[in-house]
Design a protein around this ligand. Structure first.
Ligand code: ZN
Length: 490
């Protein structure tokens, strides 16, 4: 009896477990992500050479087939990695824009998952129904120098008709040879996109591209719309309100629009921004979870029951975000006080080998910015903009500075430090103050679009905040662990 009841209990547990697995693969993918993450690709500035050892691994793994399908202009191989035995072909390509690497990273996470020994049952379904093909980093030459365009200087995504780029030709050749049923066109978008009329970043934006100017919806486009509806629900769970829908005006030169036209249900995914996620690793995880879940729903055909309305209910993409928004700050110009909002963007400047970057901030807009939002926002009502001072001693070298001494200088109202012997190859200040050469003539502070935002905020005659190269530092609590740098002005 005891044996029988424990057997029964095991059976119940097992079937519950199986059901849970089936209905909530998504949750499992989310919670076990770290087990599958490809840890060798942790920064956005990844290169072709970083992918090679991974692709070689799959080439010698009997579960996968790896085929060279073309070469970039500079002669880097374009590889297609395929798995599965089903009759439905799913084709995913990433990084046709060289500086859009998030989905490339996610593809290698997905491959790790597909190769793993977990979730056998779901994988049996997936591989039984689908054959999945990955073409990661379609523009390796662009990735090498972290730029959008290829070496010919063209946007591959406007080359679907003229086909001058070998990368574009490879993409079309693969699409045509597979006659793929589903296509995932994987990109990154500006982190300054938001879900329309909200301060939430468009962490993921979707588009089921139109295949004609009339923007008709046939079965091919309709299926893409349904799968997007499914993925939207997933992202809403983990990043509520952070999804945007791209404008679907027909672009006759673009690959997404044409691939839809050629009969492949095409889903464009744009990875945008997420607060405090500089290297976009949280967004990469959301790509992993939502794309794998989409693959599963395609295998099961369950996307079919999703209403087209889900897609149209996603708010449109807008572009209304700043890194820092200061509201209603007081500013004295020629003896009179004015109230301004300031919208500040942090621009990334690459190092020489495009493997890392430093920040150079600019004021992007000023005036009434009440229809805009910030990743960080300070209501500065009652605060006055005050010019930062130059420290009165000249330092011998950069080694005479450190983070702590720089913060002390800020506390005393200094934000510029003169340094005598500046190393030739140093192009920015690694500390939260600006470093200037011995004879550098500092222009007077003037708030204007294009200017570097550096000033103090004074309240009741006391300095409360400093904006240093676009970074807002509370002088009471310090900067915290935010990555920041100052400028170096010679
Ligand atoms: Zn793109």
């Amino acid at each position: 009896m005891k044996i029988l009841s424990s057997l029964l209990l095991m059976l119940i547990l097992f079937s519950c477990n199986a059901q849970a697995r089936e209905s909530d693969l998504t949750e499992i993918l989310y919670t076990t992500y770290e087990d599958h993450k490809e840890n060798s690709l942790e920064k956005r500035r990844i290169k072709y050479a970083d992918l090679q050892p991974l692709i070689e691994q799959y080439a010698s793994n009997p579960k996968f087939q790896v085929n060279k399908v073309g070469e970039s202009i500079e002669g880097r191989d374009l590889n297609l990695i395929s798995i599965g035995n089903g009759s439905i072909d799913v084709f995913l390509w990433s990084q046709m824009h060289g500086n859009e690497p998030t989905a490339t990273q996610a593809i290698f996470d997905i491959l790790n998952f597909l190769d793993s020994k977990f979730n056998v049952q779901e994988k049996r379904e997936i591989f039984g129904k689908l054959r999945i093909h990955f073409l990661p980093m379609l523009n390796p030459d662009g990735a090498e120098v972290f730029q959008r365009r290829n070496t010919l200087g063209i946007d591959i995504n406007r080359d679907a008709l003229r086909l001058q780029s070998p990368e574009g030709r490879a993409l079309k050749r693969v699409r045509d040879s597979l006659e793929a049923d589903f296509g995932f066109n994987l990109h990154d978008q500006s982190i300054y996109y938001n879900a329309e009329l909200t301060p939430k970043p468009a962490t993921i934006s979707y588009l089921a591209p139109a295949y004609n100017y009339e923007k008709d919806i046939n079965d091919v486009r309709g299926n893409a719309i349904k799968v997007i509806g499914f993925m939207n629900d997933i992202i809403q769970k983990y990043a509520p309100g952070q999804v945007g829908r791209y404008n679907d005006d027909f672009e006759p030169r673009a690959f997404g629009d044409n691939i839809q036209k050629w009969g492949t249900s095409t889903i464009l995914i744009e990875s945008g921004g997420f607060a405090d996620d500089i290297e976009k690793q949280e967004i990469r995880k959301l790509n992993y979870v939502s794309i794998l879940s989409a693959i599963y729903t395609i295998a099961r055909g369950s996307y079919n029951s999703i209403s087209l309305d889900t897609y149209w209910a996603i708010p449109e993409n807008d572009r209304k975000l700043f890194d820092l928004k200061l509201e209603e700050v007081g500013y004295n110009l020629l003896g009179k006080d004015y109230i301004l909002d300031l919208g500040i963007h942090l621009q990334e400047v690459d190092d020489e080998i495009h493997s890392d970057f430093w920040y150079k901030a600019r004021i992007s807009d000023q005036g009434d910015l009440s229809t805009y939002y910030g990743y960080k926002t300070l209501n500065a009502k009652g605060y006055m903009v005050r010019e930062g001072k130059v420290y009165d001693q000249v330092l011998e070298s950069l080694e005479d500075l450190n983070d702590a001494s720089a913060l002390n200088l800020l506390d005393e109202g200094y934000v510029y430090v003169r340094v005598k012997n500046l190393p030739k190859d140093q192009v920015f200040s690694p500390y939260p103050v600006h470093v200037i050469s011995e004879n550098y003539k500092l222009p007077e502070l003037k708030l204007a679009v294009g200017q570097n935002p550096t000033f103090f905020l004074e309240y009741d005659g006391e300095l409360k905040y400093v904006v240093m190269n676009g970074f807002l530092i509370d002088l009471e609590t310090g900067p915290g662990s935010v990555r920041m740098n100052g400028l170096l002005l010679r």
